[in-house]
Structure formats: C-alpha cells, structure tokens
Design a protein around this ligand. Sequence first.
Ligand code: ZN
Ligand code: ZN
Length: 547
Amino acid sequence: MRNLSHTFGRFVVYNLLWLFPLTSCQNTQEYDVLLKDFKIHSPNNAVSSNEGSDFWIAVQDGKIAEIIDINQQTILPKAKTELSLDGQHLYPGFIDAHGHLFGYAEMLTMVNLVGAQSKEECLERIEKFIELHPNNEWIIGRGWDQNDWPVKEFPTSEDLAAFSGVKIYLTRIDGHAAWVNQTVLDAFNITTETTIDGGAIIEGVLVDNAEQLVELPEHSSRFWRNALLQAQDSLVKYGLTAMTDAGLSTKKILILDSLQNEGKFGLVVNAMISNTEEDLSYFESHGPILKELLRVKSVKAYLDGALGSRGALLRAPYHDLPEHYGLPLLAPSDLDLLRDRCLENDWQLCVHAIGDSAHHVLLESFNELDREKDLRFRVEHAQIMTPEDSAYYTHPNIVASVQPTHATSDMYWAEERLGHHRIGHAYSYKRILNASGLLALGTDFPIEHIDPLNTFFAAVDRTDKQHWPEGGFNADQKLTPKEALEGMTYGAAYSAFGEEQYGSIKIGQRANFTVLNQDLFNSAERQRESCKVVKTILSGKVAFETK
Ligand SMILES: [Zn+2]
Ligand SMILES: [Zn+2]
C-alpha cells in the first residue's frame, strides 16, 4: 500500500541516505557532470545550504549519482565536465502540474490577444497578423478577455465585419468561448436558430459546447513538431523541466512520443488522455505508455466550464446573472461510469471542476474510492468550494491540482460572479492543503503565462505584479514559500506518479534543476521584479542559460 503518509514517511530515509554520502571508494569513479558552487534549496527535504555546508552534485547518465557535502568528505569526486553555478540558487527542476503543451505551442503560431486592453486593440492585432499572413484561409487567435476592456461586454461577429475574406476564430482567455466572424457562422450553418446542449451562441460568441459547432482545420504532424520545439525553448527559458498536459488526443500524444524518442524533446511529460471514446478505446487496446520522459496513464474529463464565461456550475445562481447556475458538461451518473472505467483500466482520473456544485459532485464521487489502493484521482482547478467540502481532501486518493495565478487573475471580477459571501470560499488553496497535506501547482498555460515564478509569487503573496491588493487577496489562503515550492516540484511530480523519478534533489532522481538568482525562502532577499531563471538543467545538461 502506498498512501500519502507513507510517501512522506520515506523522506526521512532518503534524507539520512544523502546527508551521509556514499563511501569514498565510489569517488574514484569519474562522473559525467559535477555541479559546483551553488546554494541548494530542496523544499521537501528541508535542507538549505548555509555558511557551514557546501554541496556538489554528481550526475551520471542524466541522474543524480551523488550529493557530496564537501566539508565532510576528504576525497572529492572527478567528472568529465564541471559546471560552476557561480554561487546561485539551485532548486529541483520546476514542474507545471497542469498546462496545455499543444495549446501553448499552437498559440506561439497564432494571433495573440492576451493583454489587449480593448476590443479595438484586438482588431488592430488581427489586422497586423493578416498583413503578415496574407495567404491564410483561417485566422486563429487566442487570449481575448472582455473583462480587461473599458466596456466589459462580449464582442460580436459584427465587430469582425472588415475581415470577411477569411475565417476568423478567436478563443477567449479561458478557452471556454470563441469569437467568430460571419464567414465562419455561414460556413458551419450556425444561425440564430441553432441550439446545442451545454453551450450557447451569443451574437457570434460560441460558449462551451457551442465551440464544437466549428471544425477547425487540422494541423499536420510537421506543423506540430516545429511548434513543440518552439514551445520547448520557451518552457526551459522559464525554468520548467516537466509538466502534465491536461488532455491530449492519441494523435498528439504519439507526435510528442516520437519527438522524445528522437531525443529532441527533453522535458518529462505526463500526458492525460482526452475523454473521447476514440482515445479511451485506443489506450484500452494498446495499454498505457510508461517511459522515462512520457507517462500516459490518466484521463482528463470536464464537469463544468469556467467562471469568467459563467460556465462554472454553482450551487446557487450567479450573483450577476439571476437564475443562471452555469453549464454542466457531464452528468453525475456519467462521471461515476467514467470513474469505474478508469478503475478497471488502472487509469488515474483527472476532472476539471470549478464551480462549488461541480466540485461537490466530483468529491462525492471520488470519496467512494478505495483508500487502501494508490489511485491519486485528481481534481483540476478546485476553484470554488463550500467550506465543509474541504474535509473530502483528507481522502488519500483525492489530489488537488490548482493554479495560484487563476486567483490573482480572477480576483478583479470574481466577486461580481460569486457575490461577497462566496468569494471567501474561492481559490482556498491553504484550506485544501491543510486537509490533504499535498498540492500540485500549475498555471493552466496558455490560459495563464507559463512562468512558474508567477505561480510562486501568486501563491505566497496573493497579489498581482503591482503588489495589489495590499496584504493579498483572501490573504488567509496564502501558502508559505516551502509549501509553494513543494507544490511546484514534489507535489506536481506526485500528482503524475512521478515523485520517484523527478521533483526532488535526491540520489537516483533525474538531474533536472532550476537555478535562480534568488533565495525564495528568504523574504528579505526575495524580490518579484528581479527574480530570474539563470540556468535550466535537464538530465544534467544546460538546456537554458542567461547570457
Ligand atoms: Zn480546465
Ligand atoms: Zn486546463
């Protein structure tokens, strides 16, 4: 049996192992790489280097072979390559527990509407993009958010009338709504009469399931391979060494697998299988993928939509839309069927639940899981929670995967949706952590920026980049630096069944490290504006460094 308390118990054993390094006879060996001159920060081992202790790390075959306390050891090891980190701060490689790799890679090739301060600014960016890509039949974009505009209303197809020569499809920042032009509406016979379960069509904006009325052009494998390599460059630039992709088709999983087999994509990916019959049956007949860099043994489903587009399923109506409760995307009975199918196949189930109603339905379903088995079923987002429901998180097989930057992005308008009372029960990461003992932290990129330091500061300070609001949003839900870093490393790895392979600085683990210019544990030294990744190390090799 492996449950949370057992896993945490094992730290003690590992700690002793590496605080008293291996015998000196092993030091006659020449390692591949020797990392020197750094301060070590290992959130889940509670070891930070200080004046009296200096460590080296020896890497062999991409793994941590030895952690040497150089003040304790007389014969020091040698290596083919020595890498000095100039006294900077070494952390376990950062992990994003919930992102969308293909969505992000694709975004790097699309009209980027993130941060546009008005509808007019969106239209300008679209116009420029069309000028640069005159042969495109489709113009696909992402990232608009009417909450950032002076007039906080959904745009319409009419707004895009100037671009009738191309098909325009622009996904909202949360991915749960698409703004399209009349050319697209005509091409897919979408009229004012069209209706769809779990979706709505509002003057050229397709909400939730209505997005499926439009069939986007399929990208070629070559397109994806190039886009993924671009994405990888960006991920390592921000210190990421591993991630969970929250839902991929079989085709995309196999493209990633082949890139990794060719040695071109070095991050560890835990890829969830999209909940479609085609994808589930594929993995039912082919079995899971369990490789060093790729794990495919979990399923992603959606119970509701997002709060911004009022798709999150609430127990009481929206504060700013009476009688509207949100949109259920999966019936409770279908959720139980999927849960049981996952159990039969030995798959981990991971379910998007944002509203307090969806969250409750999910927790009730997961609460029936066997406590003696190692299942780690995941709640994705867990954004709004009736206070009593936090007790479900004491179940050893319920793991929360949350995104601290959602709290600091949504805090400006979430109270409009939820009202004064319910906002106090939203984004309550500390409450969940207190019950479960573990959080997996991520960003949900490209919905949020990929930068894991944003996750850290949002979790610890609960403020935006301008340090607003003073004292922090729902400040009682702040995490400590140790808790936040643990969620970005060990917790994220645990949620992907990867904690034995990565996420900690321990002998035998993959030699993935993120090197920063600051000590995040030290509140006097730590500064959001100047905190930077100086190196990202993947399997003992420098994958990124600042020039
Ligand atoms: Zn989601
Ligand atoms: Zn997501």
